[in-house]
Design a protein around this ligand. Sequence first.
Ligand code: SF4
Length: 724
Amino acid sequence: MSEVRTAICRFCHAFCGVNVTVENDRVVKVLGDIDNPMYHGYTCIKGRQLPEQHYHAERLLAPQLKTAGGHRPIAYDKALDDIAEKLQAIVRRYGPRSVAVYTGTFSFPYPLAKPMAQALLNAIGSPMLFSSGSIDQPGKPMAMAFHGRWHAGPQPFAESDTWMLVGANPVVSKWGGIPQYNPGKRLHDALKRGMQLVVIDPRRTECARKAAVHVQCKPGEDPTILAGIAHLIIREGWVDTAFVDAETAGFAALKEAVAPFTPEYVAARAEVPVQTLVEAARTFATGTRGMVTAGTGPNMAPRGTLTEYLVLAINTLCGRWLRAGEKMPNPFVLLPTRHGRAQPEPKPQAYGYGTELRVRNLTDNAGGLSAAALADEILLGGEGQVKALFSVGGNPLAAWPDQLKTWEALKHLELSVSLDIKLSATAKMSHYVLPPKLGLEVPGITMPNEGVWFYGLSTGYPEPYAMYQPALVPPPAGSDLLEEWQVFYRLAQRMGLPLTLNGQALDMTNEPTTDELFEVLTAGSRIPLGEVKQHPHGHIFDDPSICVLPREADCEERLDLGNAIMLGELREVRQEPTTGHAGYRGEQTFTHRLVSRRLNDVYNSSGRDIPKLMKNGRYNPAYMHPDDLAAMGLHAGDVVEIASARAAILGVVEEADDVKPGVISMAHSFGDAPTEDHKLFSIGSNTGRLTSVDEDYDPRTGMPMMSAIPVNVRRGDQTLALGS
Ligand code: SF4
C-alpha cells in the first residue's frame, strides 16, 4: 500500500517541507510539498535522494567495534555497556575534563543530539563541548558581541530594495542572507520587484551573475573592501545620521580608522576597479532597506571577526535595523515570544571567560570553544588532556583544520566514539561507531532554524514558520539503531548520572520518548508544540500585533562603531603588503590563493556516495581560470600539487571562467587520511591539510585561516592519478 505523508528534509540545514511516499514501511519517493506555506514545493537534488540515503548499501545498521581486523558489528547494549565502563575509568583516572564532545553539521537537524550530549558532559563535570560552528563562522557572534546586537533584529530580505552578499552564495549554500526556502526563487522575485543586489566574491557565483554590481576581488581582502565601502558611505554623506547619533558610540573612531581605505587604495589592493567599488557602495547605501550579510568564505579567511564587525558597522551606518512600530518578522514559534525592542542589547563578554584551553591562550568565547584547539588538547600531555572524544554527526578528519595534526590526535585517543551513519574517514579510526536513525525514522521539529537567529544576521527563519514531523517509517528490518540523544541518555543511565534538559531533570528510570523531550525543549514556546502538530504541511504562525517596541526610557546601551580591538585589527590590515600573493605573514611568496566553496550536489562530506549526486564525480575539483591553466600548460582532469606553508595536497583541475585568475576554488571537507591520497579521483582532496592551527589564527576564537590560503600550484603526479 502506498501513502504520501509530509516531512522535514534533514539532508541539510534548510529543512524543506517534502512529501514522502511510503510503501510497505519503506520510503520510495521524496518530492517537494506544494502545500507547504514556506517552501511551496521546493526541493533540491539532495533532498530527493532521501530514499537512497536511508537505504544506502553502505549505511551502518548496527554499531561497530574496531578490532585488529577492522570494524565488526556489536549489539548496541553491549557497545554502550563497554563505552560507559571505559568512560568511568577515564574520568576516574584523568578527571572529567578528559572527556570531550564534538558536534558536527549533521547534528543540527536533530535538536536533541547536542543538548543531550551537553547534559551528559554536565553530569560528568566536563566543559569540553565543541561544535563545527567554531571552525565555520565564529566571527559572527564575536562581532555581535563587540558591536552589540540590535534587539529587534535586521530588516528582512522580503522587504528590502538592496542587499549586499559578501562571499555568500545562498542559491547553493541555502545560507548567508537570502532565506533558505527556495533561495533562487526568492532572489528572482526580489530582483523582479527592483532589488539592487551587490555581490563581493572572487568567483562569479550563481548570485553574482544576478547582481547589479559584482566586485570580483582578490580573496582574503574582505576587511579592506568593507572598510573602503564604509569610507565611501561616510565620505559621500550616505550615513543615516539620525540613527547613528541616537543609537551608536564610536563613529568618530570608525571614521578615522577607515579614512586610509580610499577607493584607490582598496581598488589596487583588492584588484577591483575603483568605479566598481564606488558603485557597490552607492548601490547599497542609497537603497532604503536591506542588509549586508557575509558567508562562510570570508569567515574562514583571515580576520573573519573583523569582516563580520565591518558588516555590522555598515548596516548600522545605514540604519538598517528594525524600528519601533514595525512588525516583528519572526517573533518565534517554538521558542518563547521575542518582543523586539528598538534598542541595542547589553553586550556580552566576547572572550576571556569560562573554560581555559591549554593552548594559544584560548578561552570560552562568543563563538564557542574552538574545535581548532581540540587536536592539541588530545595530543598535549598533562592535566586536562582529552582522552575520550565523541563525534556527533561530524567528520573531524575531513572537517577540522590542520588535518595532519588531527590525524595524529585521533590516533592518540583512549576512547573514540563516532555517531555516524557510515564508516566515514573519522569513523574508520574510531573505537566504536554508533549509527543513528535517520530523519524519516524519527520525529523532527524546525526549532533549530529559529534558534540560530541568535548566531548572526543571515541565519534561520525570517518568518514565524514551524513544522513537526512524526517518525514515518521504521528503520530497515533487522537493524539495531538508536537516536543520538538515546546514546547519551543510556550512557548516563549506565553511569548512574542524572541528566537535565532545558532546566528540567529527566526521569532516568523510564526513558522518555522523543516527543516528550521535544515538549521539554520547547517549554514556554509562543505556540504550543501540540498546536504546531496540527499543521502537517507546516504553518506560518503570523501575529501582526507583535511589533517592535520603543526604546526603554532607562536603556543606555549603544551599538559600538568604535570597538578598540576591531579598529586595532583594521589598522594592522592597513600595514599589510598590498600586492602579489604573499603569505599573510609575508615571509614566503605564493602564486595563488585557494578559496573554499560549496557544491550543489553534496553537503559538506555527505552525499558523495549517492549515485545521482555523483554525476560530477566523487572528488572536489580544483577550479581554476582558463588563463591560469593555459599559462601552466594544464588541461581539465590533470593532477596538480597545491602547496601551502603547512603542507601539500593533490587536486584535479577543472576549467572555470567564473573564477578570478590567481584563485583556486575547491570544496572543503573532502578526502580521507593521508594514506588514502592515491584514491584522489574517488575521495577528493582535503583542503584542511593546507591549514595550520598554530599560525594565522584569530587570537580570541582560535579560528585558523581556512580559506584565501596562499598556495603554489604545479603539475602533479599524473601516474598516481591514473592509478587511483
Ligand atoms: S535544500 Fe535540499 S537537502 Fe537541503 S533541506 Fe532542502 S531539499 Fe533537503
